[in-house]
Ligand binder design. Sequence first.
Ligand SMILES: [Zn+2]
Length: 341
Amino acid sequence: MKYQAVVNYAPEKGCVELRDIDVPVIGEDDVLLEVVNVGVCGSDLHQWTADHSWPVNYPVVLGHEFGGNIVETGKRVTNWKIGDRVVSETAAIIDVNNPMSRRGLYNLDPTLKGFGYGVNGAMTHYVKAPARCLHHVPEQLPFEQACLTEPCCVAYNAVVENARIKPGDRIIVLGPGTIGILCAAVAKLCGADVAVVGLQTDIHRLQIAAQYGCDIITGDATVWAKEQDGLGADGVIDAAGNSITLKIALDLVRPNGFISKVGWGPQPLNFSLDALVQKNVRLQGTFSHNWPVWERVIALMASGKLDVRPIIGGIWPLDSWKEAFEKMHKGEVVKSVLKPI
Ligand SMILES: [Zn+2]
């Protein structure tokens, strides 16, 4: 029996199509998941439009934001059983002996290969996942929301683990995509006053950020940054995916403030970092997430403190993957979710 999958089959633009694939054969330490929901990530779109900057193992099934039910367990899997509701981390292949893995930071193991580019992802009916990647999803958290644990973990890592926000801090988030809005939501949970900055064309997505109690700004955020004491924002989260926003962040941040950079940008910088030195600013990159972040984020989602419903723009069946991708690509929705079954 074969099942539909959204497959990225070559490095050229638009090389994604529905294909019929076999059910994966699991190893001793794996489980087989029946995928209930899978989120479309900006990185899935980048592979579709072929402007990604990471190596891809073609052909590969897309999708790394997913949750589902366990339908089979490998021989050595003892702590999970058939029927368990789970979400999976993205680090499908790691070297457990890498020094970064040994200290629990396997997300920073340079040999890491993730779902959706390194190994087959979840935009299909069945996906194979190592048991060490799994987290239990409480009954009250529907999979439509639980499948977005991954981007929430990216935001939590950028805002909590890789930054120090104090209640009352003024935090500016650059970029109103999924990660930007979720960073803003997490910064609100930390007690910050938050503004999300975008372009005029981002107004629909900015209005969704406003639902999290954030101020929204199109264009220049200088006035908001300096409103408190004229010195600038305590912290800037750069989630824009464009190199030049680092310059904006350096302009907006106050002396001794921080910049947490989670958005990628392949363009060379071409400006001076002297402001970083002069202002004594901490610039922190942030990548992925690990086990304790997942456990904390699931608890926040299950309790309703972190609500992803405002960002979900729609649920599409697998064979409408293109519409789901296009709507997100055009910025008509913040986040598209697929439903394979
Ligand atoms: Zn993602």
